[in-house]
Design a protein around this ligand. Structure first.
Ligand code: 25A
Ligand code: L14
Length: 334
């Protein structure tokens, strides 16, 4: 792979920071790197490979001469600036929801549909975090037994909502433990000592009663798996965890899979670690999965209420496989 001129747009954010660490850690071949953010961060310094680099302003001209742009600066920023980057000859890997369902834009998880990358016209979308870790596990099951329907409930970490949300949770825990009233700015109600069935935290719900996060899981799963017949229903919940999304997933298949068959299929699939020895209390936990690249699956069992369905527990780092790592893997394939 020849060295590339790489842009990280949104470099100061929680995902942008993980993009830098992932590019370093995987030794991505970099000729030059440019770190972009909004005006309030211009002049800040970030380190990359031991070097201090200045944060520059994300504007229309920032992409000239660059090869790959990793975007994680929110949907509005991507909508405005990704086309400028693409016109400047950059391939954009966009982590926001702005372009994911655009029929011209491939939506890629390298373990599932790497071939779709070739169809890009300058922008490739990185899927929603909860969807990525789920489809990594669904893919080998679908190939072996054809998935009919998926019922998922998520337990999503606060880091998904950005650094201001993490700071708010920490402050709320301290307040409550000190016997004071927790203050809310980011979340509408306290996230500390609570569960919020509302993601995102503002304007979450559509006319059908689903939140936009839930409908992302429904729609993005079909697009990534390349199969519109897969039925998905989701309930997405924010829990007071720092990093690592957990998911309870029920998968109904055309052909019956035993729990042992599913474990064998998943153990052989890329990007997955089966952690499933409940007799010895071995199954995935968010705390252990944070900072790791893999998707972890356990509690695999045959659904006692259905002749051909499995229940399982899927955990992965929402900032890595759910965001930064998946984007860097796409860049590696490019
Ligand atoms: O619109 P969406 O798609 O729903 O995305 C909304 C937010 O979700 C995060 C990301 O926040 C995004 O802004 N996000 C997106 N995809 C995600 C994923 N898969 C995801 N989170 C988890 N998983 P973030 O905090 O990770 O990163 C924000 C970055 O974007 C830069 N940015 C924002 N607007 C920009 C822009 N860059 C250029 N032009 C714009 N118009 C942002 O830079 C950051 O790098 P910044 O300079 O605005 O912020 C620098 C520091 O300021 C802190 N901060 C953020 N918001 C506030 C704030 N401080 C005070 N008040 C705030 N409201 C941040 O901590 C940041 O470090
Ligand atoms: O679609 O946990 O990538 O708030 C990023 C933020 C999904 C939700 C996305 C969060 C969103 C996520």
């Amino acid at each position: 792979m020849s060295s590339k001129n790489v842009v990280v747009a949104g470099a100061t954010g929680v995902v942008g920071q993980q993009m830098l660490r992932t590019l370093e850690d995987r030794n991505f071949p970099i000729a030059s790197i440019k770190l972009l953010a909004s005006a309030r961060s211009v002049g800040k310094k970030l380190t990359f490979k031991g070097e201090e680099l200045p944060v520059e302003l994300l504007d229309e001209n920032a992409f000239n001469g660059m090869d790959i742009a990793l975007f994680s600066a929110g949907g509005g920023t991507s909508k405005t600036f990704a086309p400028h980057a693409a016109n400047a000859g950059c391939v954009v890997v966009d982590n926001s929801s702005a372009w994911r369902m655009d029929p011209e834009v491939p939506l890629v998880v390298p373990e599932v549909n790497p071939g779709d990358i070739k169809l890009h016209k300058g922008i490739i979308a990185n899927p929603n975090c909860s969807t990525i870790q789920m489809v990594v596990v669904l893919k080998p099951l679908h190939d072996a037994a054809t998935i009919k329907r998926v019922v998922v409930s998520t337990y999503q970490a606060v880091s998904g909502a950005g650094s201001a949300a993490l700071n708010e949770m920490t402050a709320q825990f301290k307040s409550v433990l000190a016997g004071e009233e927790p203050k809310c700015n980011v979340f509408p109600v306290p996230i500390a000592f609570n569960c919020l069935p509302q993601i995102p935290h503002a304007n979450a719900f559509g006319e059908n009663g689903y939140s936009s996060e839930e409908m992302k899981m429904v729609n993005e799963t079909k697009k990534i798996m390349g199969d519109n017949s897969i039925m998905v229903t989701a309930t997405t919940v924010r829990v007071p965890v720092h990093t690592g999304h957990s998911e309870s997933v029920n998968v109904e298949t055309v052909k019956k899979l035993s729990a042992d068959e599913a474990r064998a299929l998943l153990a052989a699939a890329p990007g997955i670690i089966v952690q499933d020895d409940p007799a010895n209390d071995v199954f995935p936990h968010a705390l252990d999965c944070a900072g790791k690249y893999d998707t972890f699956v356990g509690r695999i069992r045959e659904d006692v209420s259905h002749p051909s369905a499995l229940d399982m527990w899927i955990v992965s780092d929402n900032l890595l496989k759910g965001a930064a790592l998946n984007a860097v893997q796409i860049a590696e394939l490019l």
